[in-house]
Ligand binder design. Structure first.
Ligand SMILES: [Zn+2]
Length: 215
């Protein structure tokens, strides 16, 4: 049943995306497919995060190349001080013609990371723990981004998330150590493909900056 509801959810998202395809005034400008156009309130609705945490977040509009070869517009929630940087990283990814399935705030998926991953959604903020651990993930701070989970699963031993996903370098939308990773690392982000022990191929993060110590 869980699989079925995920399929229905994915179909709904695709339908909404297709319906939102908007033609601009000029015939020469290719149409943009709108995957997400939420208000900030809607994007954060229902999150169990403390109010002080929510106040630090910004809803960022990003453009990207879809797997359909069209230009898409989506939204991602990150820490306010990372917003400009994240927008610039997505511009780099589009220039590199790296395809991204969709970028939609996780509130659309009821804050379920599993449902978001099943929809192959690229996401940022989600007030949640690290998989199988007690500590909060950097996603809970809006300091992490997961890209194309189906092509870039979290892998620990024989377990992979989303279930059944495999990392296959060479398949479109798959992240390998190269220009895509450098778009992040040259701005001080870490890549989960560089982690030891487990691989989190979809994951990039930038640890929260500490307050400047007093002199
Ligand atoms: Zn992640």
């Amino acid at each position: 049943m869980a699989t079925r509801s995920v399929i229905v959810l994915a179909a709904l998202v695709i339908t909404v995306g297709a319906a939102a395809t908007a033609h601009s005034g000029s015939d020469r400008t290719p149409p943009v497919t709108v995957d997400s156009s939420m208000t900030r309130v809607r994007a954060l609705k229902g999150s169990p995060a403390p109010r002080s945490r929510l106040a630090e977040l910004e809803l960022v509009t990003v453009m990207y190349l879809g797997f359909d070869g069209r230009r898409h517009r989506g939204q991602i929630v990150v820490r306010r001080d990372l917003a400009r940087e994240v927008a610039a990283i997505f511009r780099d990814l589009e220039r590199l013609r790296f395809p991204i399935a969709r970028v939609v705030p996780v509130s659309r998926y009821g804050w379920s990371d599993a449902a978001s991953m099943a929809a192959n959604n690229t996401s940022g903020f989600n007030y949640r723990r690290k998989p199988g651990q007690r500590g909060l993930s950097l996603h809970a701070f809006g300091s992490a981004v997961d890209i194309n989970p189906k092509q870039n699963p979290y892998v620990l031993g024989r377990r992979s998330l989303p279930p059944g996903a495999r990392h296959r370098p060479g398949v479109r939308g798959t992240i390998v150590d190269g220009p895509i990773v450098r778009a992040f690392t040259r701005r001080g982000w870490r890549w989960g493909g560089h982690f030891r022990g487990h691989k989190d191929w979809q994951h990039f993060d930038k640890p929260v900056r500490r307050a400047t110590p007093r002199a």
